[in-house]
Design a protein around this ligand. Structure first.
Ligand SMILES: *Cc1c(COP(=O)(O)O)cnc(C)c1O
Length: 370
């Protein structure tokens, strides 16, 4: 007899494909871990800020006790930094947790969730996890088509996921367009505005989504400490929304979803402006280097506002996997995006200068022999 535990909508889920760990590539390809370059998971190439390492080391003495379930100090720090009451903050075990909690808290089985083609894979997973119906709106130039997303909303739509900048494409929607969209979304539909890369935006592209939260009771802004803040392994994310939404989310949130070390490190990272600035500058420099090289190689790429670039490495649907394998053999881990419906493309996280060079050298070698 075939096993058929659980609801059919759970069995239908295709598990999330993460970036390959360095240790796994070393084993598979017989390489020395120290020579491997990983540009696959949009981590901060500078690693964890020293300020956060120190805070974490201090907090280690408290690990015999449970974390502060309400994360008083971290919430106070976020409240001060973003100018909202602490009661407007929900913490997540990474912002991934926030996205999942939002789907569970707001959507019933059979209702619908709207998101864009080529947008973050977790939206599909969160939708399937609650047995909701996905309304996937075709992308325009690899980015969100907000008018079409609005038009796609039906009577049973409860949630819209918008990533800005988007992952894996790096596309960006400007503030005025987003605001006009929020104005038109029915108040019965919650918009999750996922701003995982917002700290990388140049000054002229920034917009004040926290001000929108004050205006729109159906807006939830999601942020993470995993990217620019350099704490991916600790798992901390947060949402800012008005109390009605926040209260709902917190009913489903596991009380200890953000651990003691993560809380301490996040407070330190939040206040480490120098680290953020250095990260953004390094990213901008790496972006210029990679895209100039792509131009020279005649490779199409999607202009990105994140810490990664989507590049087309061939014109056949095996290109992404083929080039990826050749890069792996040379000890360079990037992210194939065939699971996103982009089999001709690879997503490259912007690394340290020497990592970018190692990737480009391996890429050139691969393309020359292909
Ligand atoms: C990386 C990423 C996240 C989630 O990261 P966490 O580590 O779970 O905080 C959320 N949204 C987008 C668009 C991302 O790229």
């Amino acid at each position: 007899m075939t096993a058929s535990f659980g609801p059919s909508y759970v069995r239908a889920i295709a598990p999330y494909i993460a970036g390959k760990p360095i240790s796994e590539v070393a084993r598979e390809f017989g390489l020395d871990e120290a020579t491997i370059v990983k540009l696959a998971s949009n981590e901060n190439p500078l690693g964890m800020p020293e300020s956060a390492q120190r805070a974490m080391a201090q907090a280690a003495s408290e690990l015999g006790r449970y974390p502060d379930a309400n994360a008083f100090e971290l919430k106070a720090a976020l409240s001060e930094r973003y100018g909202v009451p602490a009661e407007w903050v929900t913490l997540g075990n990474g912002s991934n947790d926030i996205l999942e909690i939002a789907a569970h808290a707001l959507v019933e089985k059979g209702q619908s969730i709207v998101y864009a083609q080529y947008s973050f894979a977790v939206y599909a997973l969160a939708t399937q996890g609650v047995g909701a119906r996905a309304i996937v709106v075709p992308a325009v130039q690899y980015g969100h088509d907000l008018d079409a997303m609005l038009a796609a909303v039906t009577d049973d739509t409860r949630l819209i996921f918008v990533a800005n900048p988007n992952n894996p494409t790096g596309t960006f929607i400007d503030g005025a367009k987003l605001e006009a969209f929020l104005d038109k979304v029915p108040r019965s539909v919650v918009v999750v505005l996922d701003e995982a890369y917002t700290e990388y935006l140049p000054e002229e592209k920034r917009y004040d989504s926290i001000a929108w939260v004050r205006r729109y009771p159906n807006l939830l802004v999601s942020r993470t400490f995993s990217k620019a803040f350099g704490l991916a392994g600790l798992r901390v994310g947060f949402a800012i929304a008005q109390p009605e939404l926040t209260d709902l989310l917190n009913r489903l949130r596991q009380p200890f979803n953000v651990n003691t070390l993560a809380q301490a490190a996040a407070i330190a990272a939040l206040n480490d402006k120098a680290f953020l600035e250095k990260s953004a500058a390094l990213n901008a420099q790496g972006y210029r280097r990679l895209t100039e090289a792509f131009d020279k190689l005649g490779l199409e790429y999607v202009p990105s506002d994140g810490n990664f670039v989507l590049v087309r490495v061939g014109n056949d649907d095996a290109a992404g996997q083929r080039v990826n394998l050749e890069l792996l053999k040379q000890g360079v881990i990037v992210r194939p995006v065939g699971n996103y419906g982009l089999p001709q493309w690879l997503r490259i996280t912007i690394g340290l200068p020497e990592e970018n060079e190692a990737f480009l050298a391996a890429l050139e070698k691969t393309l020359a022999t292909a």
